[in-house]
Write a protein that binds this ligand. Structure first.
Ligand SMILES: [Fe+2]
Ligand SMILES: [Fe+2]
Length: 478
């Protein structure tokens, strides 16, 4: 919960009397009492302001009648992390940057070109790209990405983008030459909007004045809520660029107004944003709070309340679909997180919604690029596995665990991460998530403290992740 509610109450009492000490104490007690009483409805405290659907009974009749999704085919690719090779791909400084990288940064432009070629041959009318279009957030790479995306639009496939945490005001916008790292221009929010004007912004039906969020109608009867969850310096209330995601109170209010407009106009709605709105494994919000949007419970419930059934996200680089349900309001939502195009298994998704409200999701892995015509998947998997193993081994060793034992534990962590990123993860029968026999006392303590995370990574939350048909009427799947 945030501190916004007590501030709100303090303002009310300050206006009504001058006995500030007494009123401050009363306010504190009332706030604590309110939060205890409202624990089941944690959304009211965490959403920073009352949401209309929670308080306005007139909206209930509107929300009880979801609009039907029109028949539509579209694709999703995300976390392109494109790196313009013109920034330098040789020399000590670049090698240091990519050492231990889980992503295929050096090959990112090649992978994007391959994906665009493949998507161009898919039967889809539009393509969603929910953020991290670039790795370094530099202007040259953004312009390169826009050129690539033009290749999709040239064949009549409309493209919609929103920014991720790497894309705006990125302090890591640099180039590499030998041992030298040099700062290069990044982009502001305004420049992002200009560069990607043809990919959502120019044709938006509505724009949020407080962020780069917009509404588009990619198909008659279907609204796309493209939501800017990134936190960059130029955004309302933000002082620096950070990894985590958030909607300001202004944007949250705008989102609800858009959802009301959609319901009144009889439009079905899908959403996309960079940061997931649900946990994708148990404990995700606790272990990786920057990888679900702030107030994710309130945000996901808000979307679901207005009959948004599908939200397309990225950011954690895993192929994972998770459903959340709210029996008290009889609603559900699928958070369809797509893995990064440049992180194993280098996927994109194709979605077909039919007249019976079934959304068939098919996932495609890039199998070959020009520089790796053979076993590209094996190459990408080794990059992820080796990167995670090296990071985990050095972290475990920093607690005093011996090198060989740290390496052995790190390899098991990496196996769980690789399985989670690929989706449809399942621990092989008879294999423990972490082998605990024969550990040194120090390693044993570490494993006891953290094995729940490794077990969670192995435990896939329903529904299936890669190929599945979701029922948008009932919340079931097959
Ligand atoms: Fe990313
Ligand atoms: Fe991200």
């Amino acid at each position: 919960m945030t501190s916004n509610l007590p501030q709100y109450n303090i303002q009310i009492f300050t206006f009504s009397a001058k006995n500030t000490y007494y009123l401050r104490e009363m306010t504190r007690i009332i706030y604590l009492a309110l939060c205890v009483l409202l624990i089941p409805a944690v959304t009211a405290c965490s959403a920073q302001q009352p949401l209309k659907y929670e308080t306005d009974p007139a909206l209930h009749a509107l929300l009880d009648k979801p609009a039907a999704y029109p028949e539509v085919n579209f694709a999703v690719m995300t976390d392109l992390h494109t790196y313009d090779p013109g920034l330098g791909t040789e020399g000590k400084a670049f090698e240091n940057y990519v050492a231990g990288d889980y992503k295929l940064t050096k090959e990112s432009a090649e992978i994007l070109q391959t994906a665009i070629g493949q998507i161009n041959s898919e039967n889809v009318s539009f393509v969603l790209v929910p953020g991290d279009l670039t790795d370094h957030g530099d202007r040259a790479t953004h312009e390169l990405v826009a050129q690539y995306l033009n290749q999709l639009q040239a064949t009549g496939k409309k493209v919609y983008v929103i920014p991720g945490n790497h894309d705006i005001d990125n302090p890591n916008a640099v180039s590499y030459a030998g041992n030298v790292i040099s700062r290069v221009p990044d982009v502001t929010a305004n420049e992002f909007e200009q560069i990607y004007a043809d990919f959502g912004y120019k044709d938006a039906l509505y724009r949020d004045p407080a962020s780069l969020s917009y509404v588009a109608e990619p198909q008659e009867g279907l609204w796309l809520l493209a939501l800017d969850s990134a936190r960059y310096k130029g955004k309302v209330g933000e002082t620096e660029t950070v990894t985590g995601g958030r909607f300001s109170p202004q944007t949250l209010e705008w989102i609800e107004i858009m959802l009301i407009k959609a319901a009144q106009a009889g439009k079905a709605v899908i959403a996309m944003e960079h940061h997931p709105v649900t946990e994708h494994f148990d404990g995700m919000a606790r272990y990786f709070p920057e990888y679900v949007i702030e107030n994710y419970q309130a945000v996901s419930r808000l979307l679901a309340a207005y009959n948004v059934r599908l939200v397309f996200t990225g950011h954690f680089h895993s192929q994972d679909i998770t459903e959340r349900t709210w029996p008290d309001i009889n609603k559900f939502l699928f958070d369809v997180e797509t893995g990064s195009l440049v992180t194993y298994p280098c996927p994109y998704r194709v979605i077909n919604i039919d007249g019976s409200q079934k959304a068939a999701i098919r996932s495609v892995r890039i199998q070959s690029i020009a520089s790796h015509p053979q076993d590209f998947q094996g190459y990408a998997e080794a990059q992820l596995k080796n990167g995670v193993t090296a990071t985990a081994a050095s972290m475990i060793a920093s607690y005093g665990v011996s090198g060989p034992e740290a390496q052995k534990l790190a390899e098991q962590v990496a196996q769980a991460v690789v399985a989670h990123m690929a989706g449809d993860e399942k621990l092989p029968a008879g294999q423990p998530a972490i082998q605990e026999n024969g550990l040194s006392p120090l390693a044993w303590i570490g494993v006891e403290l953290r094995k729940d995370l490794v077990e969670s990574l192995w435990k896939d939350l329903p529904p299936p992740d890669n190929n599945v048909t979701l029922d948008l009427n009932t919340g079931g799947w097959q």
